[in-house]
Design a protein around this ligand. Structure first.
Ligand code: NAD
Length: 325
C-alpha cells in the first residue's frame, strides 16, 4: 500500500482527492491547505485528516500530490524530493525555467518518480487516436475558455496553452525551429489571449490560439498529414479521421471524389472513444510507474520541455513577467 497526501485542496485538489480514494493500492493519509475555510469544508465533507504542517504530512507519506497554485510548486516539489518522496505535481511544473531545471536536476540525483499533471495526454479523445501513425505537417489548435480568476497567477500560455504545447511535443517528433507570437493582457497584466506559430525542424507548422477571456469554450486540435486529417475535440471527447480509404477500412463512411490522378475513395472514421476518467487514469499510471519502477508518462523532462516552449513564446510576446504584482 502506498500512502499519499494532497497539498492544495482547492478546485482541482478535490478531484484528485476523490480519485485517489478510488485507486487500489493507495491509502490517502491526509491533506495540507493553508486556507482555513477550504480545509474545514474538506475535513467535514471528505472525512480526511487535515495536517497543519507541511513536513509532518510529507514525512507520513510515500506520494506527495501537489495541487497548489503554480507559484508554490517549486518549494513543495523541492522539499518532497529532498525527503525522497514520489511527486505528482500539477502543470505547469514550475513558475520559471530556473525552477524547472533545478527540479529536473534534483529528480536525477534521487530515486523518486515525478509526474506532471498534463492531463490531456489521458483525455479519451487523444487516447482514441494515440496509436494512429502521426506525422502532421500542419496543426491548428484552439483552446478557448471563459474568464475565471483561478490560474491567473500565470499567463494564458502557462495556464492553458501549455496543455497543447505538451501534446504537440509528444506528437511532433522534431525540435522547435522558430516561434512567432502575439498576445494581449485584457483582464490581467499577463497575456489572456495569444496566437502562436511554431515551426519545427521537420517542416511541421503549428498555429495555436489560446484565450481565457472568451464567451464560449473550445478545445480542439486539427492535425493535417500527407495521408490524413485527424481532428481531436478534447472538450466534447470526440475524434474524426478523414483519409484515403484502404482495403482494410471497414465500417467507415466512404465516398468517391474525382481528382486529377483519377477517382479516389475518401473514408471518414470516428474511432471508439475509451471510457476513462482522465484524472483517475493519470494518477493510476503514476502509481504504476512507482510500483513497476518505470518512467512516468509525463516526466519532469516533459514538463520542463513544455515550459521551455512556453517561455520562448512569452519572450516573443514581450512579457516575461509571469507573476503579477
Ligand atoms: N491539469 C489541469 O487541467 C489543471 C486544471 C486546473 C488547475 N490546474 C493546476 O492545478 C493547480 C491548482 O489549481 P486550482 O484550480 O485547484 O487552484 P485553486 O486556487 O482552486 O486551489 C489551490 C489551493 O491550494 C491552496 N494552497 C495555497 N498555497 C498552498 C501551499 N503552499 N501548500 C498547499 N496548498 C496551498 C489554496 O489554499 C487553494 O485551496 C495549479 O497549478 C493549476 O495550474 C491544472
Amino acid at each position: 500500500m502506498l500512502k499519499a497526501g494532497i497539498f492544495g485542496t482547492g478546485h482541482l485538489g478535490k478531484f484528485h482527492l476523490n480519485n485517489w480514494k478510488e485507486i487500489s493500492g493507495i491509502e490517502l493519509v491526509g491533506f495540507y491547505d493553508p486556507n482555513d475555510d477550504i480545509a474545514k469544508e474538506v475535513s467535514q465533507k471528505y472525512q480526511l485528516p487535515r495536517f497543519l504542517d507541511i513536513d509532518t504530512l510529507m514525512d507520513a507519506v510515500d506520494i506527495v500530490d501537489i495541487v497548489a497554485p503554480t507559484t508554490h510548486h517549486f518549494a513543495l516539489c523541492e522539499k518532497a524530493i529532498k525527503k525522497g518522496k514520489h511527486v505528482f505535481v500539477e502543470k505547469p511544473l514550475a513558475n520559471s525555467m530556473a525552477e524547472a531545471q533545478e527540479l529536473v536536476k534534483l529528480v536525477k540525483e534521487s530515486d523518486i518518480k515525478l509526474q506532471v499533471g498534463h492531463v490531456e495526454r489521458f483525455n479519451p479523445a487523444f487516447l482514441a487516436v494515440k496509436n494512429i501513425p502521426m506525422n502532421p505537417m500542419f496543426i491548428e489548435v484552439h483552446r478557448l475558455a471563459q474568464f475565471n480568476p483561478r490560474g491567473t497567477e500565470v499567463s494564458v500560455i502557462l495556464d492553458l496553452m501549455i496543455h497543447d504545447i505538451d501534446i504537440l511535443l509528444s506528437v511532433v517528433k522534431s525540435d522547435v525551429k522558430s516561434i512567432s507570437a502575439s498576445g494581449v493582457g485584457v483582464m490581467t497584466e499577463t497575456p489572456d489571449i495569444a496566437n502562436v506559430r511554431i515551426e519545427f525542424n521537420n517542416g511541421c507548422v503549428a498555429n495555436l490560439t489560446s484565450s481565457r477571456i472568451s464567451m464560449k469554450q473550445m478545445r480542439k486540435m486539427r492535425l493535417f498529414q500527407k495521408d490524413a486529417y485527424i481532428g481531436i475535440d478534447f472538450l466534447n471527447k470526440k475524434t474524426e479521421i478523414i483519409k484515403l480509404k484502404e482495403p482494410q477500412d471497414s465500417n467507415v463512411f466512404a465516398f468517391d471524389i474525382a481528382t486529377p490522378s483519377g477517382p479516389k475513395t475518401i473514408a471518414i472514421a470516428n474511432p471508439i472513444i475509451p471510457e476513462v476518467n482522465a484524472i483517475k487514469l493519470e494518477l493510476e499510471e503514476f502509481r504504476n510507474a512507482i510500483i513497476n519502477n518505470t518512467k512516468t508518462i509525463v516526466s519532469e523532462i516533459d514538463g520542463m520541455m513544455a515550459m521551455d516552449v512556453a517561455h520562448q513564446i512569452l519572450k516573443k510576446i514581450g512579457n516575461n513577467s509571469l507573476v503579477r504584482g
